[in-house]
Ligand binder design. Structure first.
Ligand SMILES: *Cc1c(COP(=O)(O)O)cnc(C)c1O
Ligand SMILES: [Zn+2]
Length: 428
């Protein structure tokens, strides 16, 4: 049993029953705006059964928060052990950036090494509620891998559409769980997707989508719910307080919106006194939210894209809900360059022992930029989400790991090598 009561449009407030609606609100749809539907709950009833103590209790994956998630049947709650990822105080990196209280929420510790596991977890589970037999997703990698893993655990077939130029490691991830992967060659390359095939599979064949099937993206409303648990966990890990800011790498802003919904729900339930400001971190190579926020638009417009190391987030268009989340939280959208992103990937690895995917390091690159611009104060508590691990795309780390010659196993060769290659002298 779930406390979910229906779906609600984020723009016009129209209400709909819990159902398979994947194209946003039909009532206020225009050419430019596809307003997202979000799941509504009976918060009065929830507040009688929930308290801080019950929420702190450990449980299986994100299902310890099941009262705030939209899945009906207990036996449909699929888990691969997602969530409960560490929130890590980063003193050394904080010093470099000029932030006294910098934290990393390390989502690379999830079952398929990215935060997409939270989304796939609620999507596939809700798919079981709807008796779906085939899950499907269009993805550059992480969403595909996560959907494939959860579908395999649920005994569901999975069809993934992706692009031929995704890194080989990403393809391995997507294929190893048994998903049927289809490579679509688009002349435009990464960040530009053909959605018609997947929309047909969903509408005519009843496949259950773990991603949007239209543009501008609306997502699957049940998937976004999974990301709420990121917000819940951060609150609990900070002893029932909210950070001043949360910075998260953004594509379609499902993660951004989901975390914000998590904080907002705890606030609404009286479990949290304050709310954070949300920062959408984008890449300069495709930054629709930054563009729309700068122009003061109330919808997201298409921007042009370029190849980038941050291929998991580059996109020509983002969602209505992303813009709405930024407005509601008095937040910002900021983008950064490949060079800044790679510099932060390297700093996080060298100063804190955490190896992020380049897309994930975008949150740090943006935090650094906002600190330099005086937008973030050095005393603020800042949480940067590291959405995925660096081994997803090892080639991107090449500049930090240039070719390594081998040497003869002799003392002199060794000392010379240390001096010449690493500029490292042997001292006591
Ligand atoms: C998908 C993804 C994102 C962006 O998530 P959205 O919900 O589309 O904004 C960020 N980082 C990584 C590594 C991802 O795979
Ligand atoms: Zn509407």
């Amino acid at each position: 049993m779930s406390y979910a009561t229906g779906l609600r449009c984020l723009k016009c407030g129209a209400q709909y029953p819990i159902s398979k609606m994947f194209e946003g609100c039909p009532r206020c749809r225009t050419e430019k705006i596809k307003a997202n539907l979000v799941v509504e709950y009976d918060y009065d009833r929830i507040s009688t059964s929930l308290c801080r103590k019950s929420l702190e209790a450990p449980g299986q994956g994100i299902w310890r928060f099941r009262d705030l998630l939209p899945v009906d049947k207990e036996e449909h709650m699929v888990s691969c052990g997602e969530g409960n990822t560490p929130l890590i105080r980063c003193k050394r990196l904080g010093e470099e950036i000029g932030l006294k209280k910098l934290y990393i929420k390390d989502e690379s510790r999830n079952p398929t090494w990215s935060f997409k596991d939270r989304l796939a977890c609620t999507t596939i589970s809700k798919g079981l509620d709807f008796r779906a037999r085939v899950a499907t997703v269009l993805s550059t990698g992480n969403q595909g891998a996560a959907t494939a893993a959860y579908a395999s655990r649920a005994g569901m077939d999975c069809v993934i559409f992706t692009l031929p130029d995704v890194p080989a490691t990403m393809l391995t991830f997507m294929r190893i769980y048994g998903a049927k992967v289809v490579l679509l060659s688009t002349p435009e390359g990464l960040g530009v997707y053909p959605y018609d095939i997947i929309a047909k599979c969903v509408k005519e064949y009843g496949w259950f989508p773990a991603c949007t099937i239209v543009l501008p993206p609306t997502g699957n409303p049940y998937g976004v719910e999974g990301y709420k648990t990121l917000g819940y966990e951060i609150c609990i890990q900070m002893n029932w307080t909210a950070p001043d800011r949360v910075v998260i790498p953004c594509g379609y802003a499902e993660g951004l919106t989901g975390i914000w919904r998590g904080f907002s729900e705890f606030h609404r339930l009286g479990l949290l006194d304050s709310l954070p400001t949300m920062v959408a971190a984008e890449t300069d190579s495709g930054n629709p939210l930054t563009y729309a926020a700068e122009k003061g638009l109330d919808y997201v417009e298409k921007v042009s894209t370029k190849p980038t190391v941050a291929f998991s987030i580059v996109t020509e268009i983002s969602s209505y809900m992303g813009l709405k989340t930024i407005q509601e939280s008095k937040g910002k959208a900021v983008s950064s360059s490949d060079q800044q992103i790679l510099a932060m990937q390297r700093s996080l690895a060298r100063k804190e022992g955490i190896f992020p995917e380049p897309s994930s390091a975008t949150s740090l690159a943006v935090a650094k930029k906002l600190k330099e611009e005086g937008e973030i104060d050095r005393d603020e508590t800042v949480v940067c989400i590291i959405t995925s691990g660096g081994l997803k795309d090892p080639n991107a780390a090449e500049t930090s790991t240039p070719p390594l010659p081998s040497i003869r196993p002799e003392w002199r060769a060794f000392t010379e090598f240390m001096k010449e290659y690493y500029h490292f002298s042997l001292t006591k």
